[in-house]
Design a protein around this ligand. Structure first.
Ligand code: SF4
Length: 243
């Protein structure tokens, strides 16, 4: 279970108003024409099971607030998951796995999130992604990935208490290292290779970065990632926080 924050880690105060402004600006972003077209097309074609749903079809904001000490960084919204619900990892199988694990580790008040405003809440944790609009085939181009980096960098400016970052999948891991290097974190050269459980400790002032297999169906259906592997990784993150 996560430890209570000590007095020092409560400073500086979380800049909530600036964070809310940033998220409001983010959801208006239309910088990537291919992704804007795709997110909106999905909201028209829809999956049959969600034919009566109003899709969000905009950039997906961070879930959780700037006071979090654990930051989870995913790849991009799911086509009929968070591109539909407007809430990170909500509405698809990946999220079901992730939220169950977060609840068991003490980072969520419930094991299930179905839609925005249903009472699900993260505890001392936040979830963001390296690309905030759903890409075709789950594959953003390098140009789209780089265009979106400014949003996550602005979030990191405001999330000043983050002690551990869990990066889900190789693309999120590599982008986190790239962004960390730009922020002056002590990222080793050559860059650490992604694997499940790999840890990077980029200096006393920077968060520990942990690589984690993405809880996509490609990994969970094949047994490459099991619930006990996810549990162990988030227990490790909880142990590192405040230690
Ligand atoms: Fe904007 Fe990022 Fe969406 Fe591109 S992917 S339109 S930069 S929010």
């Amino acid at each position: 279970m996560i430890k209570a924050p000590d007095e020092d880690s409560l400073n500086p105060p979380a800049p909530t108003a600036a964070f809310d402004r940033l998220q409001a600006e983010l959801i208006e972003c239309r910088l990537c024409p291919r992704l804007v077209a795709w997110r909106e097309e999905l909201s028209v074609t829809k999956r049959a099971a969600y034919a009566d749903h109003d899709y969000w079809a905009r950039p997906v904001p961070m879930l959780g607030g700037p006071e979090a000490r654990l930051l989870i960084i995913g790849l991009a919204p799911g086509a009929h998951g968070s591109n539909r619900t407007g809430q990170m990892f909500t509405g698809d199988r990946s999220g079901e796995w992730l939220f169950r694990t977060l609840h068991r580790a003490g980072f969520a008040n419930r094991p299930v999130a179905g839609h925005r405003d249903d009472g699900f809440r993260l505890i001392d944790a936040a979830i963001t992604a390296i690309v905030r609009c759903v890409p075709p085939q789950n594959r953003p181009t390098p140009a789209e990935r780089d265009a979106c980096a400014s949003w996550i960098e602005q979030e990191l400016d405001l999330c000043r208490r983050v002690e551990v970052i869990v990066a889900l999948g190789g693309m999120a891991f590599d982008q986190t290292l790239r962004i960390g290097r730009r922020r002056g974190w002590d990222i080793p050269v050559p860059k650490p290779r992604f694997s499940h459980g790999v840890e990077v400790h980029p200096g006393a002032e920077a968060p520990t970065i942990i690589g984690c297999y993405h809880p996509s169906q490609q990994n969970t259906f094949t047994g490459k990632l099991t619930e006990s592997m996810l549990d162990a990784l988030f227990d490790r993150a909880a142990h590192l926080i405040g230690s």
